[in-house]
Design a protein around this ligand. Structure first.
Ligand code: FE
Length: 230
């Protein structure tokens, strides 16, 4: 399996292109509307067969490029079933598997940042969306977020993966690109080192964050796979 990590400077979003070398089948995780030409170019240059446009959740901070990329590559848009998305080609559930050539992508439902969060597990690597960030975690104060659920997802599901599992997050605001389950279990200041559920909830509820600038546009836009006129 090969992976490319891309960055959208406006929203600090990571987009991931992964592909099975033998078959050339590819998936793109969390595309960004403003970056579809960049992503299209590399997919064409590498002669990949883009099969899936995977979302880790319904985002509030950027609009997905999935709808536009589906038009260009005839790939399937996939998002968690709780989104109720009408534009998706497939609504995913916990434990679903998606085949990428001979590689299996496993869907882990990891809610708490929203109620649509999916982590995608493939070949010793987990793409955690905004559920688990490097030395952080996605905010839980809007869009059906729930700090207790986030704690359960991270400690109960992600932290039970092998220590060596590579973590690729949905964002980073300090230039870090990847981590491992071991590192986050040990050093994540919010819930590493055995922090309790209560401590985590206190930390998350004590954060006084401004509302995301894009939320009014991004959430409805993403429910339409980024294809709304506005
Ligand atoms: Fe998010």
């Amino acid at each position: 399996m090969q992976i490319r990590q891309f960055f959208d400077p406006q929203s600090s979003t990571y987009t991931y292109l992964l592909w099975d070398v033998k078959s050339g089948e590819a998936a793109l995780i969390d595309s960004v509307k403003e970056q579809v030409d960049r992503d299209s170019q590399i997919i064409r240059e590498l002669n990949l067969n883009l099969r899936y446009l995977l979302e880790t959740h319904i985002h509030a901070d950027h609009i997905t490029g999935a709808g536009e990329l589906r038009k260009r590559f005839n790939a399937r848009v996939m998002v968690h079933k709780n989104s109720g998305s009408q534009c998706a080609d497939q609504l995913l559930d916990d434990e679903d598997t998606i085949m990428l050539g001979s590689e299996k992508i496993k869907v882990l439902y990891t809610p708490g940042h929203t109620n649509t969060d999916i982590s995608y597990l493939i070949d010793g690597i987990v793409f955690t969306g905004d559920t688990l960030l490097i030395r952080g975690s996605g905010r839980t104060d809007f869009q059906s977020g729930n700090a207790g659920e986030a704690y359960d997802s991270i400690t109960g599901k992600l932290f039970t993966l092998p220590d060596s599992t590579v973590v690729y997050p949905g964002h980073d605001y300090e230039g870090r690109t990847m981590s491992t389950i071991w590192e986050e279990k040990k050093y994540n200041p919010r819930l590493g080192n055995g922090k309790s559920r209560e401590e985590y909830i206190n930390i998350m509820e004590g954060m006084d964050l401004p509302k995301p600038k894009m939320i009014e546009k991004a959430v409805p836009g993403n429910m339409e796979c980024g294809l709304s006129k506005d």
